[in-house]
Design a protein around this ligand. Sequence first.
Ligand code: SF4
Length: 380
Amino acid sequence: MSPMTRTGLYIHVPFCSSKCNYCDFNSYAGKLHLAEKYFSAVQKEIQLYYNTMKYNLIDSIYIGGGTPSCIKHKYICEILDMCRINFNIAEDCEISIESNPGTLDIEKLTAYRSSGINRISIGLQAYRRSLLKYLGRRHSAEDFISSVELAKKAGFCNINADIIFGIPGQTFEDWTETLRVLVELGVKHISAYSLKIEEGTKFGDMLENGELIPVEDELDREMYHYAVNYFKKNGFKQYEISNFSKEGYICRHNLIYWKCADYLGLGAGAHSLLDGERFSNKCSIESYTGDLERGVKPVEERYRLEYSDRMSEYMFLGLRLNQGVNNTEFKELFKKDMFFLYKESFEELQKNKLIEIQGQNVRLTGLGLDLANQVFVKFV
Ligand code: SF4
């Protein structure tokens, strides 16, 4: 019997208590009354993938959003039960849930643990109250601290915090305070992203109207470098441009995306990559549930990746990882030598000190980490 394909599973929860000013995720405020309908649709979607997933072994599940913790925990537990009935779930499966401070209590957290969730991500974003308000976050830093303490009490050891730098009005001291608090709280994983002002968000409108002035690149980079060094000093390993973990706490699910491995996405707007095909679901909650009520998969877009697209995705996603891309693995997957295939790009990037080559490995340099987009375009 051939071994099962190891696969990730993503489940999208599109509900939020309110919309943050920077958010362009597929999330909706004021639609919590649709939760019952939505989760029964997700259960139907799971059943529709029973056959597809027969030979896949799911070794990571990520319940993301939106804010999965703003809905009743019974919905999450029922979804996980349904997954266990229909899919092959690895015994040591990493099961993560995203949450926001102020939406967690001990009963909810204990129920999560009992249903097998073993990793929790809590969105702090910033520590200073005025910055949280500016971002449109509903919680306080104190809510975050008590959420981390409650999660530990409920038995969570694998705790991630999400933070943002480069927020207009955020001082360097604000940033260092955020980092210090996280290290003192003992979280095991940190995702630190530079604020991106996206079109269609409140910040996007403010930028257009001249009401928002983005942070200077220099300060943004200074904050990033400080974080990289500070985390290193405090025992975190940087394993991706924006992700840091204590030994043994690298997020398995994240790696799936950067290594272009297979994953199935369920829920409104969720994306999948299975057997060289990318597909995504309808974003609106109403269209998604409507399709499933009719017994139809709610897929909106589907396309097969060309061989060349798969190789370039493998390169630019793999280069996000600190370990970089390995030629032996590349050859195993694509039967081609990446040093031969991308010879000219590698030479130019090396000359500009953006990548370094060691044996069979290519990775970004410190400068390459700052100018990563200039590297990635070479493989698109
Ligand atoms: S909580 Fe997260 S998903 Fe919801 S609006 Fe804010 S950033 Fe977006």
